[in-house]
Design a protein around this ligand. Structure first.
Ligand SMILES: Cc1cc2nc3c(=O)[nH]c(=O)nc-3n(C[C@H](O)[C@H](O)[C@H](O)COP(=O)(O)O)c2cc1C
Length: 174
């Protein structure tokens, strides 16, 4: 499958089979994330694999949709480890951590898709609740969570998946 086909095929999965994701695939997904670019190669991403029953129970207790996926991940960045841009005059000492974490997460999302493991990107959480639930260090900033797993037989994309703004609404050719 080409990357273009993979990108077209992916949709946010909200219907999961309870079957666990094999450790080998989890490792491949994490390795793909490790290959992602980060500013100055500082690699400030901090990835938490929510895999044990205890960790999943904690995640499911939070006010965030999880769709009962058998696996979740939390992608954060360490604000002390991230690159800061002293030359940015609009955003003083601009921190690239959110971008770094988002690229790592995106890379893992497509790596999972290639392995037949579906995902949904989750940001509708309260950062404070996430930090408290998982005991994150003060400088660790939660960026996003994933639910991951195999699709259940009644899996289907949401109507939003088919609604994309025409290219001229989002792209400016200069
Ligand atoms: C930054 C971001 C935050 C999102 N947060 C959530 C979320 O909290 N809950 C959820 O069900 N989906 C969430 N999504 C998934 C989007 O709703 C979904 O990508 C969009 O509707 C397009 O559908 P598709 O992914 O199936 O193509 C999020 C996606 C992104 C990129």
């Amino acid at each position: 499958m080409t990357f273009r086909e993979l990108a077209q095929k992916r949709y946010s999965e909200r219907y999961y089979d309870p079957r666990p994701v094999e450790q080998e695939k989890i490792d491949q997904i994490l390795e793909a994330g490790r290959a992602a670019p980060t500013a100055c190669n500082y690699q400030p991403q901090r990835v938490y694999v929510i895999q044990s029953e205890e960790a999943l129970k904690k995640a499911r207790s939070m006010h965030v949709s999880h769709f009962n996926a058998p696996l979740m991940m939390l992608v954060c960045y360490d604000s002390q480890a991230a690159w800061h841009n002293p030359r940015d005059r609009r955003y003083e000492n601009y921190c690239s951590g959110e971008q770094d974490a988002a690229i790592v997460a995106t890379t893992m999302m497509y790596a999972a898709e290639e392995l037949g493991v579906h995902t949904v990107w989750l940001r509708g959480f309260d950062s404070f609740e996430v930090a408290e639930t998982f005991g994150l260090p003060e400088q660790t900033v939660p960026v996003m969570m994933f639910s991951l797993g195999y699709p259940s037989p009644d899996s289907k994309p949401s109507p939003w998946h088919f609604q994309r703004t025409p290219r001229d609404g989002t792209v400016t050719v200069l």
